[in-house]
Write a protein that binds this ligand. Structure first.
Ligand code: GAL
Length: 672
């Protein structure tokens, strides 16, 4: 925990209200009333901190930090690089991004900077150093917040200017040493793409090279490296006069940047979660995706993370923007805590009067002050967080199952030309996570570079790309007794996206021989019978053979490959591999994993099958807390749970527990 308290608060933009002393005073009073103990300052304040080049005005910020401190409210201090002042872009246009079409952006918006530009880096370093010198040891400040949502908002998140092109070429030289090696890795004899000079290499562009898989994969890797380097440079600057920990705010499954890489330069992982609650009456898909986001953030450092932003009410940037129904704010906040957050922070404290986000939900609306429903519900969250502080202190989530989610695989598998052009890696992964969620068993998300031995089940959906060393690790994992589940279109290419030839690298471990991959039209229905029920084969079906040592659990029932295995199980060493050859729905996965959980000795925390919409997550330390969450529109009653105590109220539940709609309870086992 970075603080003794569960943090509750959010983005605070007093610079928009400096002329209104009454508002600034009211802010502090109402923050206390709402149980706010931490605010994030300065995220987009550059023009108010450095109104002219080299002229700094920190008076307003110092006054606010002091006032917050007097009131025992902590500060997360942001570096302001997320949005550039106009004097900067006017004087140094090269700081603005160049898009894939090779046009430089005009001034304005945010996240509009080139992360290679030496001028940009120098100007950011200067303001960061000044902030660090002035506030880096202030007792109110607990954490540095580097920039904002790196890589967000524009195109592929990258800058394509000449300086970035040169940096890319230098990065490639460092990686491949020779053009011969690069030409081989990218298979450049194809369509006569052999490079004879490093200067011939350009970033991918819609009106240029958009079809070279190797180039595109390396470009994405480079963008992550360059952005990480930019972030690292900011960290260096703020650390010059300060020892405080650093974070930057991530955005769930965000394709532009490989967070498994970026998090390595941070002390704490934090993220901004904006689920689309109330898009439909069935909240489960949204709850699953939000839970997955939390689990992913937690899994990076295997430590609690911070929920850096969420809305207390609605957002303003979707086509339609429902306000949270009563109860949902508490439930979604508790969901974050349940999956490992040590904070509930919002965007933002007070709604601005003008500009793009004036209708985005905030703790304080334009009208009605503390009488508003949102304010009351936020205050209830504040009260609850402070009362559960001692219960969750020192606890962590330690799931025994993990799902491989790897950015490089994501980039590669969605860029393949065939077998379908609409492969959606995140949806495939979420199908598996949903089954864990429905069973009340949280799972970690790991990259191919992680360690696996602490998990009883490791599942790797659509694991197309195998990084160097990954196959070896999986082999060892299964040999030592692990249970490995993988699917169609896995183990196809190496980490430069060159297809493996001869054999699948894990053929002997999986016990299957991949032959063809079929992606037929809708008329070509196929299916397979698993434990007496027929399930539809999806849009992509692998045709493979099973080794003698494999057990075929289900076979296709139609077309020329009727009788070929659709699902197999194969013993290897002390463990087992399962291969799901066809795309399937969650209907099949539910039944499949239920079997696997019991075979692997995994038990849901409440020991019962949960009704649809209800889930559990566990944080443990000195004690074990089971969070039970109900995302249904109705109250539900869980029966047969044995004896549990409500960790908050002390009530004892014998065998049954009532959960109101959109609610969460925290339970511990009773001694008996
Ligand atoms: C985040 C961003 C915030 C705010 C918020 C609105 O992506 O970091 O500054 O714009 O979205 O939902």
């Amino acid at each position: 925990m970075i603080d003794k308290k569960i943090l509750h608060g959010g983005d605070y933009n007093p610079e928009q209200w400096l002329e209104c002393k009454d508002i600034l005073e009211e802010d502090i009073l109402l923050m206390k009333e709402a149980g706010i103990n931490c605010v994030t300052l300065g995220v987009f304040s550059w023009s108010m901190l450095e109104p002219e080049e080299g002229v700094y005005d920190f008076v307003w910020l110092a006054e606010r930090i002091d006032r917050l401190h007097e009131n025992d409210i902590r500060v997360i201090l942001a570096t302001p690089s997320g949005a550039m002042p106009h004097w900067l872009t006017q004087k140094y246009p090269e700081v603005m991004q160049v898009q894939e079409n090779e046009r430089r952006n005009l001034p304005g918006r945010r996240h509009n900077f080139c992360y290679t530009s030496p001028v940009m880096r120098k100007k950011v370093r200067r303001i960061d150093l000044e902030l660090s010198k002035r506030f880096g040891k202030h007792p109110a400040v607990i954490l540095w917040h580097i920039s904002n949502e790196l890589g967000g908002n524009w195109g592929d998140g990258a800058c394509h200017c000449e300086q970035c092109q040169n940096a890319f070429r230098a990065w490639l030289r460092e990686k491949y040493h020779t053009l011969e090696a690069l030409n081989h890795a990218w298979w450049n004899r194809f369509w006569s793409h052999v490079y004879t000079d490093w200067e011939q290499i350009h970033s991918p562009a819609p009106h240029g090279e958009a079809l070279s898989h190797g180039l595109k994969l390396d470009w994405k890797r480079f963008v992550t490296e360059q952005m990480t380097d930019f972030c690292r440079q900011e960290i260096d600057a703020v650390r010059t006069y300060s020892d405080l920990p650093v974070t930057t705010n991530f955005m769930e499954f965000f394709k532009n940047l490989n967070y498994h890489r970026l998090h390595q330069c941070l002390d704490v992982v934090s993220w901004d979660s904006y689920p689309q609650w109330h898009a439909a009456k069935d909240e489960v898909p949204v709850a699953v995706r939000a839970a997955a986001g939390h689990s992913m953030m937690r899994s990076m450092k295997k430590q609690p993370f911070l929920l850096m932003e969420s809305t207390p009410s609605c957002v303003n940037w979707r086509m339609f923007n429902p306000v949270k129904r009563p109860g949902m704010h508490m439930l979604s906040s508790m969901q974050a805590i349940a999956h490992g957050s040590d904070s509930v922070q919002y965007f933002q404290w007070r709604k601005g009067r003008g500009a793009y986000e004036k209708f985005h939900g905030a703790v304080l609306d334009h009208k009605n002050g503390s009488a508003a429903r949102t304010f009351r519900e936020v205050s209830e969250v504040g009260e609850r967080l402070s009362s559960i502080q001692s219960l969750i202190e020192g606890t962590v989530n330690r799931p025994v199952a993990a799902i491989v989610f790897d950015w490089e695989n994501w980039w590669a598998v969605e860029d393949v030309s065939g077998p379908r052009l609409d492969l959606d890696y995140v949806s495939e992964v979420l199908k598996h996570y949903q089954v864990f969620w429905e069973a009340g068993m949280d799972a970690d998300f790991v990259s191919m570079e992680d360690r696996f031995e602490q998990y009883k089940i490791l599942c790797a959906p659509v694991n197309y790309l195998y990084k160097e060393g990954y196959a070896r690790k999986v082999r060892k994992y299964v040999e030592d007794g692990g249970c490995y589940v993988t699917t169609w279109f896995s183990g196809v290419a190496d980490d430069t996206d060159l297809c493996f030839t001869g054999h699948h690298p894990l053929e002997d471990v999986l016990g299957v021989v991949q032959e063809e991959i079929d992606a037929p039209g809708e008329d070509f229905e196929n299916g397979f019978i698993y434990q007496g029920t027929r399930y539809l084969a999806g849009r992509i079906r692998e045709i493979c053979g099973a080794k003698d040592t494999a057990e075929v659990l289900a076979s296709y029932d139609s077309d020329f490959y009727a009788g070929c295995p659709a699902v197999t199980k194969h013993p290897f060493g002390k463990g087992y591999c399962y291969y799901i050859a066809s795309e399937t729905g969650t209907d099949f996965l539910r039944v499949f994993y239920r079997e696997l959980f019991s075979a692997s000795g995994l038990h849901a925390p409440l020991g019962i099958e949960l009704p649809y919409g209800v889930t559990t997550a566990v944080r443990s330390g000195a004690r074990e807390i089971v969070f039970v969450m109900n995302f249904c529109q109705e109250d539900v009653c869980l029966e047969g749970i044995g004896s549990f105590k409500d960790a908050e109220t002390g009530d004892v539940y014998k065998d049954r527990i009532m959960l109101e709609r959109f609610s969460c309870k925290m339970l511990c086992r009773t001694e008996a």
